[in-house]
Design a protein around this ligand. Sequence first.
Ligand SMILES: Cc1ncc(COP(=O)(O)O)c(C=O)c1O
Length: 450
Amino acid sequence: MIMMSGFREDYHRYYWAPFTQMGDLAEEEPLVIVSGDGATVQNDAGDTFIDAHGGLWLVNAGFGRREIMDAAAEQMYRLSWFPSFEGMCNDAALNLARRLIDMTAAEGMSRVFFSSGGSEANEAALKMARQYWRLQGYPGKYKIISRSQAYHGVSMGALSATGIAANRRQFEPLVPGFRHISPPYCYRCPYGLDENSCDLNCAKELERSIQFEGPDTVAAFIAEPVMGAGGVLIPPDGYWQEIQRICRRYDVLLIADEVITGFGRTGEMFGVRHWAVEPDIMTFAKALTSGYHPLGATLAREEIFSVTLGEHGDNREFQHGTTFAGHPVACAAADANLNIIEGEELVQQARDKGNYLLEKLGELQDLPVVGDVNGLGLMARLEIVRDADTREAFPDDEQVGLQVSRELLRRGIILRPIGDILTFSPPLVIDHSQIDDMVRIIGDILQDLR
Ligand SMILES: Cc1ncc(COP(=O)(O)O)c(C=O)c1O
């Protein structure tokens, strides 16, 4: 039975929420979600909301999918958990590993290493890259390059790769050997260049950075195919080809962080497919289970795995792992979730509905406060500006994005702003009428914004 009262007090008395200024919320009601269905969720007061953000970019199959619940429950009845260390494993993890390798054949992946989320998946990827070079006799090839505004997680390695200053500052000094280059933010180009004549300067910065550091010191470049928490930054044509060329030229491993973009979000099964990128390592979490159970996965090419082979006691094995790696309930949930994503053609749906969403958001572009509108599949952005002609932003202290999202919540839409950028990542099962409602309400609010 759902408790309808007492949550507010519990929240303020006992709870410590992630990424939340608890002091600021002291006078406010927390949004306590108690159930979900398709692209909507309900709070404890019985109000229904369209979840424009898919929770945190991830409920691709939608809420309330019995197939996933049943698969997880059946697995739990049969085997609730068992360790994966030192020669033990479980059948659900093996089944999912085979499936993931089949799905990533085009990218050339050959081994799956499981964990419990995106930070852990990236932490494993970064360690794999360092160990790969060390085992081949290059212990000095350890540096990792990523991008400002990137989000790769919160554990110390993943955080060191993350390029969002506010997330990093309180925890410095971070892990040595991490560098950042500029992001492909075409609407506000870090170089002040125009997309049509920039000559992909931001991609070429990778080459300059590798040359500056020394190619024999750089282990890997890690990047999201489309940057999410950095504000939904879709790279320009040619960007990924250039990145791939540079990584190959300097023997730098390419790690594709597909934690948001994996499993249909962008209208391809994986984000890298838009540009035929062939990464050395891919990381997944979030939509791998659509949120029905925590799970992360790090996939690697055979060469990266095979250098770890040896004999017992030689210490070449990947000295890394977490208790819940390959959790059978998570793997069973993931398998049922992938059945839905493939069986209901949610990748194609993301493409079609994404086009529809962009078309609708495009209709708002006549409003003076609507700057950039862009998207790929069902991952989109609308950047609110004070003046669309000059691209002048609202002052930070006006917190316009936050005010808009609060008003949206009052009108039944859960949407996560990043600064003044409204970001969209709804369940892929959202329907056209829900997109219509969402965009109409956003339009009404932005109309009144000065
Ligand atoms: C691209 C990307 N990588 C990694 C992570 C970290 O995942 P988790 O929060 O599951 O640790 C996130 C989380 O939003 C993400 O967006």
